[in-house]
Design a protein around this ligand. Structure first.
Ligand SMILES: CC(=O)N[C@H]1[C@@H](OP(=O)(O)OP(=O)(O)OC[C@H]2O[C@@H](n3ccc(=O)[nH]c3=O)[C@H](O)[C@@H]2O)O[C@H](CO)[C@@H](O)[C@@H]1O[C@H](C)C(=O)N[C@@H](C)C(=O)N[C@H](CCC(=O)O)C(=O)O
Ligand SMILES: Nc1ncnc2c1ncn2[C@@H]1O[C@H](COP(=O)(O)OP(=O)(O)OP(=O)(O)O)[C@@H](O)[C@H]1O
Ligand SMILES: N[C@H](CCC[C@H](N)C(=O)O)C(=O)O
Ligand SMILES: [Mg+2]
Length: 499
C-alpha cells in the first residue's frame, strides 16, 4: 500500500540493520505490488518464503526490505548487491503489523477482539449492535467484511496486517470510535493483529477445525491462546466462556498475564451467568445474573448458543467500559446475525427454512440441536464440506448431522480445487443413510419438498456467502435466496394442484 508521506524506518518502529536514513513510500507483503520507494516485507509462507522474491522487489524499486534471519540467508546475494535499507528481525510478521499500525496511523479508539472455533462473527456483530444502540459509531470486522457505521468487503476473517490497518484507519477517520474484530487462528499465528490496540478480548469455544494448517490440537489452541498471552496487553479485560472445556485454561492464561478476567456462562464461576433459557418458534427468553443481580430478557434470536455468544459480546462491551445495566436494557434490540440461524423462508404449511454457517463438526451438532426446541416437527439438515480445507473434519461433519437431524441431505459447499463428488463421499462416510445430491439448489429444493406442517429445514455451511467457489470460479449462490425460491415454487405448485 503506497501513498501518504514517506517515513523513515524508525518512524515505523523498525530498527534497520542498514539504511537508517532511508524513507519508504509504502508497505507491501507481495513482491508483485512493489512500486518505487516501498518497503517489501518478505515473510515466511506456507508454500514459499517471501525472501525468494526480494531480488524482484529490489529490481522493481523497493527502498527497504523487512525479513527474518532465514529470509536474509535465502536472499543473501540479492541483498549484498543492493544498497536498499534492511531490517532483519526475529519475528518479521509482528514487526510488519506494528509498522502497518504506525503507517496508517489511526484505529478506532475502543477496540475488542474475539477468538474461538465458532461464534466469532456472531459475537463481533452483537458487540457492534450493542454499541450502535448506545449511540456510538461502531463496526464489526471479520468473515462478513466490515459492517456497521462503516462498510467494506474483506477476503479474510482476520485480514493481513496492511489491509487490516488500512481499513481500521479509514473507519476511524470516518468517525468510527468502537470496533469488534474476529481473531482467526491463522490471523493470530501469522501476527496479523499484533498492531491493534485492544482493551478487551473474548474466547467463545474450542473444537476441531483448521488442522490442515495447525496440524495438532495443541498448536491450534496455542494460536488461539495467543490473543491473551501476546496480543491483549496486561491490564486488558479477558472475557471467557467458562462453559467450554478450555475456558478455565484460557482464564488461567489471561490471569497469568495480569488481565482482569470476566467469566461468562452457566458455570457457578461466572460473573455474567446464564441461569435459564426458554425457547419459542421465533426466539428465546433468558434469565441471567450480573454480579448476583438477576435479569430477564426476551430475544428475537434462534439457537441457544446465540445466548452464549451474546453474553460474551455483552462482557466485551462492559469490559470496554460501558455501563452494564445500560447494556442489558439494549439486548432485546439485537437482530439475527446474517446467515447464522437466519429464518430464510416459511412454507404455507408453517414449515420454516433456516440458513446457518456451521462448517465444523461441533457447529453442525450445536446448530441442529439448537434448532430443536424451536421446532415441533421433524428436522431436515443439508450439509456439505468445503474443498481445500481440513479433510479430517468431513466424516465427522456427516456423523454430527446424522446424530442430530431426522433426515440428512449431503450436497456441495465450496468445492474449490477439489473433486466435489469425492468431498461428498467423505462426508457420507459419517452419514451413510443420507441422500447425496451434488447440485446445491436441487438439494435445497428436495429439502423444502420434504417439509410437512411444523417441520424445519436447516441449510448449513454457507450462511451469509453469496457465491459458490467451484475450481477458481465464483458462481452467484445464496442459500437464503435459494430457500425462498424453492418455497415459492413448491407452494405455488401445490396451490395449483389444489385448485
Ligand atoms: C494458509 C494461509 O493463511 N495463507 C496466507 C499466507 O499465505 P502463504 O503463507 O501460503 O503464502 P506463500 O504463498 O507461501 O507466500 C509467502 C509470502 O510470499 C509472498 N509472495 C508470494 C508470491 C509472489 O509472487 N510474491 C510474493 O511476495 C506472499 O505475499 C507471502 O507473504 O499469507 C498470505 C499473505 O498474507 C495470505 O494471503 C494467505 O492466506 C490465504 C489466501 C488463505 O486462504 N488463508 C486462509 C486459510 C485464512 O487465513 N483463513 C483464516 C481463517 C478463517 C476461519 O476462521 O475459518 C482467515 O482469517 O480468513
Ligand atoms: N457459541 C457457539 N458454540 C457452538 N457453535 C456455534 C457457536 N456460535 C456459532 N456457532 C455455530 O458456528 C457457525 C458459525 O458462527 P460464526 O460465524 O459466528 O462463527 P465464526 O467463529 O465467526 O466462524 P469462522 O471461523 O468461519 O469465522 C454458526 O452458524 C453456528 O452454527
Ligand atoms: N472461514 C472458513 C469458512 C468456511 C465456509 C465453508 N462454506 C467452506 O467453504 O468451507 C474457512 O475458510 O475455512
Ligand atoms: Mg467468522
Amino acid at each position: 500500500m503506497s501513498g501518504g508521506q514517506a517515513r523513515t524506518l524508525a518512524q515505523l518502529g523498525l530498527a534497520p540493520t542498514r539504511g537508517a536514513q532511508a524513507k519508504v513510500t509504502g508497505l507491501t507483503i507481495d513482491s508483485r505490488e512493489v512500486r518505487e520507494g516501498m518497503l517489501f516485507a518478505a515473510l515466511p509462507g506456507t508454500r514459499v518464503h517471501g525472501a525468494s522474491f526480494i531480488e524482484k522487489a529490489l529490481a522493481d524499486g523497493a527502498a527497504a526490505i523487512l525479513t527474518d534471519a532465514e529470509g536474509a540467508r535465502i536472499a543473501r546475494d540479492a541483498l549484498s548487491g543492493s544498497d536498499a535499507a534492511l531490517v532483519v528481525t526475529e519475528d518479521a510478521r509482528a514487526a510488519l503489523s506494528c509498522a502497518a499500525a504506525l503507517w496508517f496511523g489511526a484505529q478506532p479508539e475502543t477496540m475488542v477482539a474475539v477468538t474461538g472455533t465458532n461464534g466469532k462473527t456472531s459475537v463481533a456483530s452483537f458487540a457492534r449492535q450493542i454499541w450502535l444502540a448506545m449511540g456510538h459509531e461502531a463496526i464489526n470486522v471479520g468473515t462478513t467484511g466490515v459492517e456497521g457505521s462503516f462498510a467494506a468487503p474483506l477476503a479474510h476473517t482476520t485480514p493481513d496486517a496492511i489491509t487490516l490497518h488500512k481499513v481500521l484507519a479509514e473507519a476511524a477517520r470516518a468517525g468510527v470510535s468502537h470496533a469488534a474484530m474476529e481473531a482467526s487462528s491463522h490471523g493470530l499465528d501469522q501476527r496479523r493483529l499484533d498492531g491493534v490496540q485492544l482493551v478487551a478480548a473474548g474466547f467463545t469455544n474450542f473444537s476441531q477445525d483448521h488442522l490442515d494448517y495447525h496440524e495438532t490440537f495443541e498448536a491450534y489452541f496455542e494460536a488461539k491462546a495467543a490473543l491473551f498471552t501476546r496480543v491483549l496487553p496486561e491490564g486488558g479485560v479477558a472475557v471467557i466462556n467458562m462453559d467450554d472445556p478450555k475456558g478455565p485454561q484460557m482464564a488461567a492464561l489471561a490471569e497469568g498475564r495480569g488481565q482482569d478476567v470476566l467469566r461468562v456462562g452457566r458455570s457457578e464461576a461466572a460473573q455474567l451467568r446464564l441461569l435459564d433459557q426458554r425457547f419459542n418458534p421465533t426466539g428465546q427468553s433468558l434469565r441471567f445474573s450480573w454480579l448476583g443481580d438477576v435479569h430477564q430478557v426476551d430475544l428475537p434470536l434462534i439457537g441457544g448458543f446465540q445466548a452464549e455468544n451474546l453474553l460474551v459480546a455483552a462482557g466485551l462491551v462492559i469490559g470496554a467500559g460501558a455501563d452494564a445495566e445500560r447494556v442489558f436494557q439494549l439486548l432485546p434490540e439485537m437482530e439475527t446475525v446474517r446467515g447464522r440461524m437466519q429464518l430464510a423462508a416459511t412454507r404455507r404449511n408453517g414449515a420454516a427454512v433456516f440458513v446457518d454457517f456451521a462448517h465444523t463438526p461441533d457447529a453442525i451438532s450445536t446448530a441442529i440441536e439448537a434448532l430443536r426446541p424451536h421446532v415441533m416437527g421433524r428436522l431436515v439438515a443439508i450439509i456439505g464440506a468445503g474443498g481445500d480445507r481440513d479433510t479430517k473434519k468431513r466424516p465427522l461433519m456427516g456423523q454430527a448431522a446424522a446424530a442430530h437431524a431426522d433426515l440428512v441431505i449431503v450436497t456441495d459447499d465450496n468445492p474449490r480445487s477439489e473433486d466435489p463428488a469425492a468431498i461428498r463421499e467423505a462426508v457420507m462416510e459419517g452419514c451413510p443413510d443420507a441422500s447425496n445430491v451434488g447440485d446445491r439448489a436441487e438439494a435445497i429444493l428436495r429439502g423444502v419438498a420434504a417439509l410437512g406442517p411444523g417441520d424445519a429445514l436447516l441449510v448449513l455451511g454457507k450462511g451469509h456467502e453469496t457465491g459458490q467457489t467451484i475450481g477458481s470460479d465464483v458462481l452467484p449462490f445464496d442459500d437464503a435466496e435459494q430457500a425462498s425460491v424453492a418455497v415459492m415454487a413448491l407452494d405455488a405448485a401445490e396451490a395449483g394442484e389444489g385448485a
